[in-house]
Design a protein around this ligand. Structure first.
Ligand SMILES: NC(=O)c1ccc[n+]([C@@H]2O[C@H](COP(=O)([O-])OP(=O)(O)OC[C@H]3O[C@@H](n4cnc5c(N)ncnc54)[C@H](O)[C@@H]3O)[C@@H](O)[C@H]2O)c1
Length: 445
């Protein structure tokens, strides 16, 4: 079966979730586009969107309509070409409406796993739980044809383990979109030694079709992105524990978050990033990594304690940030969770000012991430900043340098141990997937 035929019957599992809905949108756009090409005209396309959450599937319908409108408005050139033979469609607005209706018509929403039986390709984005994924893949193996390809969005579970446990015979590939899938260009592709070469070639082509930038990763729990992020987060937690003695837990969280955002010139500090990803998701990924890489102590008592207290982070369905290490007002940090008191402490100069003074002033060559990210001369400016940082004798500079060294060591380890094919790939994942301005493996430290 060739790829064009496979595109004729595609399924998404967990389609109403955070990742699944973005993947569903990308596939809807691609099928809608294919229908209008000379090769696609007259072909049948079907997109089966399955989730156990009925209500969330209703939300998915609304999401697809809104997002397809945006996509169609940006694709009027493609629509004009695709609808050239349709005399009834003259204005852009008519073509946009037709495209949205016809594309939505390809979709079937269902809570029945059996509806995926005829799919030639299934993209799975259900919860990060090995037992659940294995159980579902076993059922799919029985239901689907022997040629169906499976793409899992797992963030950490080795592909070879899922393939073996569900007896998929090499028909599974790791297709790790980043959040949100429709926006993030990075896609980590993870193959196990068993993954069929046809599937690998097909997955490469699909990456291009969906407009993604592919980074290959080897099949080691956590892969490249989370392989770096989880170790980097554990370093941040260890740093916090060091500073908590002198500054209290909330003070230490505030300081390490500032070091990792301001001193390291990253888009957000490490604890804000954990909140964004979800403390619950972080705990899940750590548990998987710790299970498959047992010698590294990839575990955090602090994360477990926060989860026990119901401090989970993540986002509400409207995209707003839930409370985690921080409480937020309009997306900005407004409070810090105080472990000792079990309550949030509003950010107030009366207690943050002494912490800022303890960290010391930022080097004069510093510019924030937001400014540098738009600056063509950012590499030279970063080099000047880090050179000055190395000569600065403040607590902030000292902890930032230790952080940079740890981040670099993690990056080098990922390449040395073969998780990434090169340190350039590690840097590529951090720059494209986490929006860092520089890779962890650099000459700054
Ligand atoms: N959230 C992220 O930032 C992110 C990034 C990359 C990868 N991932 C991975 O993507 C996957 C999904 O994560 P998410 O954040 O979208 O989770 P989510 O909880 O938002 O979505 C999961 C969806 O799966 C559905 N579901 C659960 N059990 C199901 C079943 N048996 N059959 C069908 N549907 C079922 C749920 O109803 C939900 O809609 C996980 O493997 C996760 O590790 C997540």
């Amino acid at each position: 079966m060739d790829l064009a035929e496979r595109y004729g019957n595609v399924g998404v599992l967990g389609a109403a979730g955070k990742m699944g809905s973005g993947i569903a949108l990308l596939l809807a756009q691609e099928l809608g586009r294919r229908r209008l090409t000379p090769e696609g005209r007259g072909r049948r396309f079907k997109l089966t969107l399955m989730d156990i959450d009925d209500e969330a599937l209703d939300g998915l319908k609304r999401y697809l309509r809104t997002q397809l409108l945006r996509y169609a408005e940006k694709s009027t050139g493609m629509l004009r070409q695709g609808y050239a033979a349709r005399a009834d469609l003259v204005e852009n607005a008519e073509m946009i409406d037709a495209f949205i209706d016809e594309t939505l018509d390809l979709a079937r929403y269902t809570t029945d796993l059996g509806a995926l039986a005829g799919c030639h390709m299934v993209f799975e984005a259900i919860a990060e739980n090995i037992d659940l994924k294995v159980r579902i893949y076993r059922t799919l193996r029985e239901q689907c044809g022997s040629e169906t390809w499976f793409f899992t969005n797992t963030s950490s579970i080795p592909i070879g383990v899922l393939d073996r446990e569900a007896d998929l015979g090499g028909r599974l590939v790791g297709f790790h979109f980043y959040n949100p899938p429709a926006v993030q260009r990075l896609l980590e592709m993870i193959t196990s030694p068993k993954t069929s070469p046809d599937l690998v070639a097909g997955a490469r082509q699909i990456t291009q079709d969906l407009g993604k930038k592919l980074f290959p990763a080897n099949d080691v729990a956590g892969f490249i992105g989370n392989g770096h992020f989880m170790r980097d987060a554990l370093h941040g937690i260890a740093e916090t524990e060091k500073l908590a003695g002198a500054h209290g837990f909330a003070g230490a969280v505030y300081m390490v978050n500032r070091i990792t955002q301001d001193w390291l010139v990253r888009p957000m500090g490490i604890f804000q990033l954990i909140d964004y990803v979800g403390i619950d998701v972080t705990q899940c990924i750590l548990a998987v990594m710790n299970r498959f890489i047992p010698d590294e102590g990839l575990h955090s008592g602090l994360i477990d304690e926060l989860m026990k207290r119901g401090v989970r982070g993540g986002q509400n369905s409207d995209g707003s940030q839930k409370e985690g290490f921080f409480g937020y007002e309009q997306g900005r940090i407004a409070r810090v969770y105080d472990l000792e008191r079990g309550a949030y402490r509003p950010l107030e100069a009366s207690w943050t000012k002494p912490l800022d003074e303890a960290l010391g002033a930022l080097p004069a060559a510093h510019a924030p991430w937001k400014v540098l990210s738009r600056d063509r001369a950012k590499d030279a400016k970063l080099a000047a900043y880090f050179a000055e940082l190395k000569g600065t004798r403040t607590l902030g500079a000292e902890r930032a340098l230790a952080y940079l060294q740890r981040s670099k060591a993690i990056g080098e380890q990922l390449a040395r141990s073969g998780v990434a094919q090169s340190t350039a790939d590690v840097n590529g994942v951090l720059i494209n997937g986490f929006f860092h301005l520089y890779g962890p493996v650099n000459d700054y430290v």
